[in-house]
Design a protein around this ligand. Structure first.
Ligand code: CP
Length: 324
């Protein structure tokens, strides 16, 4: 694994899941693998789980981790090739990226979409320019279109909780929200579940909230939430703004918020969410505070997801002690 940007970077999802579960059972089994290696964590947007779990993962492997809130503490970056920088931007990514490449062995980055221009957001300019100019492996901590560490965590969580000898039915349901939210988590979850191929996968949302088919192809799309939820083993709750009418909030219909009543026809479904969650807007207290909620398990599994990805990158790229 050179970079970790999407599920396309993973050769064998189940093998990586097993590696993550091995770390969960024995967090320090590779405590020296990253000794002498330095991880950079570049944040252009807020985070609780991602920044903490990735730092813990690095420490478990013996790596040093440095967090840089570049949006607050760095120079304002320019991304356009050939830009005449006589405005607000101070440093071109072409100049900043190689410096970070010299300081770090692996660089992680979080950046959110503008939700204004779909073409710009879906071009993943920052991540691609870091890959091009930093010269070191790049790990996405959520980009304009995808959140691969979250989705990998979600697959780990389903794998370790589903014990039956059949495919689970997994339903991704749109939930209301008060403001426009990126499509990243929904895109990425869809891409990972489809690539994994070990679930019957249904996506439900109001009309107008169709996601990009490059991620959803392989899933059943069902506009009737009640039909979609029938016999579900897992219900993944997430809001996203419109992809077609880009970045728009088309409805805030509270009937789409999951309550115990919505779950009556499921197969005792477990409820998932990436967090943070707006209580009683996206998901009701009664669901979040019940035993069917596995959102905390998902969040805890972020450590093992990040640890297995970092270990793979250390190994493949012969970084630090793992190159011996
Ligand atoms: N799920 C997730 O990525 O959480 P944070 O935004 O808090 O990192």
């Amino acid at each position: 694994m050179r970079n970790f940007i999407s599920v396309q970077d993973v050769d064998d999802i189940d093998a990586l899941v097993q590696k993550a579960i091995a770390y969960k059972n024995d967090p320090f089994r590779d405590r020296h693998v990253g000794a002498g290696a330095r991880l950079g964590l570049l944040f252009l947007n807020p985070s609780l789980r991602t920044r903490l779990s990735t730092q813990i993962a690095a420490q478990n492997l013996g790596m040093d981790a440095i967090v840089f809130n570049i949006d607050k503490d760095g120079w304002k970056l320019e991304f356009e090739d050939g830009a005449t920088m006589n405005g607000m931007t101070v440093e071109h990514i072409k100049d900043a990226a190689p410096i970070m490449g010299a300081y770090f062995d692996i660089l992680c980055v979080r950046t959110f979409p503008s939700l204004v221009n779909r073409e710009d957001d879906y071009s993943e300019q920052l991540v691609n320019q870091l890959i091009r100019y930093a010269g070191i492996p790049i790990v996405s901590l959520e980009s304009s279109t995808l959140h691969p560490l979250q989705s990998f965590t979600d697959i780990i969580t389903i794998s370790e909780t589903f014990k039956e000898a059949r495919k689970p039915k997994v339903v991704l349901t749109w939930a209301p929200h008060i403001k426009p939210i990126p499509q990243c988590v929904a895109n990425s979850f869809s891409e990972w579940v489809n690539a994994w191929g070990k679930a019957d996968f249904v996506i439900t949302h109001p009309e107008g909230y169709e996601l990009a088919t490059q991620y959803t192809d392989g899933a059943v799309i069902e506009y009737d939430q009640s039909k979609a939820l029938a016999d579900a083993d897992y219900v993944y709750v997430k809001n996203w703004s419109a992809y077609t009418d880009y970045g728009k909030v088309l409805t805030t219909d509270a009937n789409w918020m999951l309550t115990q009543e919505h779950l009556r026809n499921t197969n005792g479904a477990k409820v998932m969410h990436c967090l943070p969650v707006r209580r009683n807007v996206e998901l009701s207290d009664e669901v979040l505070d019940s035993e069917i909620s596995i959102v905390n398990m998902q969040a805890a599994n972020r450590v093992w997801a990040a640890q297995s990805v970092l270990a793979e990158i250390l190994k493949t790229n012969k970084i630090a002690a793992s190159c011996v």
